[in-house]
Structures are given as structure tokens and as C-alpha cells.
Design a protein around this ligand. Structure first.
Ligand code: CO
Length: 308
């Protein structure tokens, strides 16, 4: 990996670490999720980077892909299990990381199961593990804690402007003898569930991504596509971002997005959820694999210690 590229990954990771600390501070009971999402993304920009995808604030049985709508009034409750998944990129080089909050403390064990699974997987990285060994240790850790690992969510590669690049890294026992390749970046993200350990797509979508730009007739659709190509490229974006940036009204925005979806210019990322009234926790960190060395990305910048 070129030195310049590596420096961008490392810087993105350092900024993500700081952003997580900031997010933990503001995501208090009673806080409006919409405001928090916007503030967290603003924080990233102030630090000289960009959000690699809309901040995911997924509640309770929702495992991923939930981000507030532009007109949403949801506030954080003491009892909520909130997954905070944040991506930071510099020039397309992405650091991806997540943690889970539960202020009431009722779901401490569930959160610890996801965190310990991530920790155990990272502890193996120095031993050049296969994907089989990684999946096995994650599943084992979570089931030993008495929870279900979410089977159909995986870790993934990170490539320039591609948040979910191949390969997929299963969170369950598997027979993939493949190993991490030097010169590449990856994210590991176990999810622990109190229920089925299998997520389904809901009908609700807050997040989209450019799939294949092509000429479209509808004016609103064309305006959206041009803006997305220029500003987000092949990274996911939120409807609320467009609402804020494009100054279109709700009707124009909805018409435009619907048209782009119909023509398969953009792809929808529906909220992924386990069964109603269950709880899912997530933990995630990214790393760069070099010859004989692993560089975790979501860490304080060198010389700085964790602020208390
Ligand atoms: Co990820």
C-alpha cells in the first residue's frame, strides 16, 4: 500500500475515533436522533474529512441502515439499544466503525457479547487467520454469552469509494480458507441478537446509493443524480442530505428518488431488522493488513491518549 494512501486511512480512523467520543457525549436520553446525526456528520466535516455514509442510528431490533428522516422527531430513550455506525473518508479511503449504547444498563451483556467478539477476532489478526477462524471465534464468543450471532450480516473489505467491497467476512463458523491480503483494508463487525439472529429488510428506506448513472428525463431525478455523482460518488447517501443540500421540496425529492429507483440508477438500503421487540447490538472496527503487520484504524491519533 502506498504511503500516501495509508496515511489517509490512518487519518480517517483517527477522526472516526474522535467522532465516536463526540457521539457518545451527545447521544443522551432525550436527545433528538435527527439532530444528533446531523451534528455527528458536521463534526466529521469540521475535522477535515467526510462522512463515508449517513450515520446509522439503528434502534433496538433494527440492526443496520436506519438513519433519521429530515422531519423525524424520534428521541433517544433510556431503555433503547442504539447502534451507532459511522464511516469517515478522506479522498475515498474509508474507516468504518460502530458501537452500541444502552443508557439503562439492561442490555449490558448483549453489548459486551458483540464487543468481546470483535476483540477476540482482532486478537487473532496477528496470527494470519483464515476467514473460517474469524467467523468461528465470533460465533463462539456470542453464543457462549447466551446470544445469537446475526448470521446474515458480515464484515467486509474497504476500497476507495466502496464501503462494502468484497470479500464478505462471515460472522459464523464457515469453511472459507481465504486470508486477509496485505495491502488491503477490512472491517469486522459482529452483531449479537436476543432473538433469531437473522435480519430481514423492512419496507422503510432512509439510505440509497448510486448504482448506474444513466440519462433520465425527469428533471428532479436528473438534478439528484448529478448531485450524487459529484458529491457522494459510489458512497451511500441519505434522503435528509439531499433535502438539506438540494433545496428541493418533499414532493420533488420523492418523485426524483422514485424515478431513479425505478430506472435502477440508484439502489435502496432498507432498514434491516430482527423480529419485533428483540434487541441487537453491534461492534465494529477497521484495519489495514500489511506484510506481517496489522494497523487498526479506529484508534486515537498517535501521541494522544483517550480523553476521559
Ligand atoms: Co461496516
Amino acid at each position: 500500500m502506498e504511503k500516501e494512501v495509508m496515511e489517509k486511512y490512518v487519518k480517517a480512523g483517527n477522526i472516526l475515533f474522535e467522532t465516536q467520543e463526540y457521539a457518545k457525549k451527545i447521544l443522551q436520553p432525550g436527545a433528538e436522533l435527527f439532530e444528533c446525526a446531523e451534528k455527528i456528520e458536521e463534526f466529521i466535516v469540521k475535522k477535515g474529512a467526510k462522512p463515508a455514509f449517513p450515520v446509522n442510528l439503528s434502534l433496538n431490533e433494527n440492526a443496520a441502515h436506519q438513519t433519521p428522516d429530515w422531519n423525524e422527531k424520534t428521541t433517544l430513550k433510556d431503555s433503547d439499544v442504539l447502534k451507532v455506525d459511522i464511516g469517515v473518508h478522506i479522498d475515498g479511503y474509508i474507516a468504518d466503525g460502530a458501537f452500541t449504547i444502552n443508557h439503562s444498563g439492561e442490555h449490558k451483556q448483549l453489548i459486551e457479547a458483540a464487543e468481546l467478539a470483535l476483540k477476540n477476532a482482532f486478537a487473532l489478526l496477528d496470527k494470519d487467520p483464515s476467514f473460517s477462524e474469524i467467523g468461528t471465534v465470533i460465533e463462539k464468543t456470542i453464543s457462549e454469552k447466551g446470544f445469537k450471532v446475526v448470521r446474515n450480516l458480515t464484515g467486509h473489505g474497504l476500497a476507495r469509494y466502496l464501503q462494502h467491497a468484497p470479500p464478505s467476512i462471515p460472522n459464523i463458523a464457515n469453511n472459507i480458507e481465504k486470508k486477509f491480503e496485505p495491502g488491503k483494508a477490512y472491517a469486522i463487525e459482529p452483531f449479537a441478537s436476543t432473538a433469531s439472529g437473522y435480519v430481514r429488510e423492512s419496507g422503510k428506506v432512509n439510505i440509497f446509493m448510486l448504482e448506474e448513472p444513466r440519462p433520465v428525463r425527469n428533471t428532479h431525478a436528473r438534478k439528484i443524480m448529478r448531485f450524487v455523482e459529484e458529491n457522494y460518488k459510489t458512497l451511500p447517501f441519505a434522503e435528509r442530505w439531499l433535502f438539506r443540500e438540494l433545496k428541493m421540496n418533499e414532493f420533488e425529492l420523492r418523485v426524483g428518488l422514485r424515478q431513479l429507483l425505478r430506472e435502477k440508477c440508484i439502489k435502496a438500503y432498507p432498514i434491516l431488522h430482527d423480529v419485533p421487540n428483540s434487541f441487537v447490538a453491534q461492534a465494529e472496527n477497521s484495519f489495514i493488513k500489511l506484510e506481517g503487520e496489522i494497523i487498526p484504524l479506529v484508534v486515537p491519533s498517535a501521541g494522544k491518549t483517550k480523553s476521559k
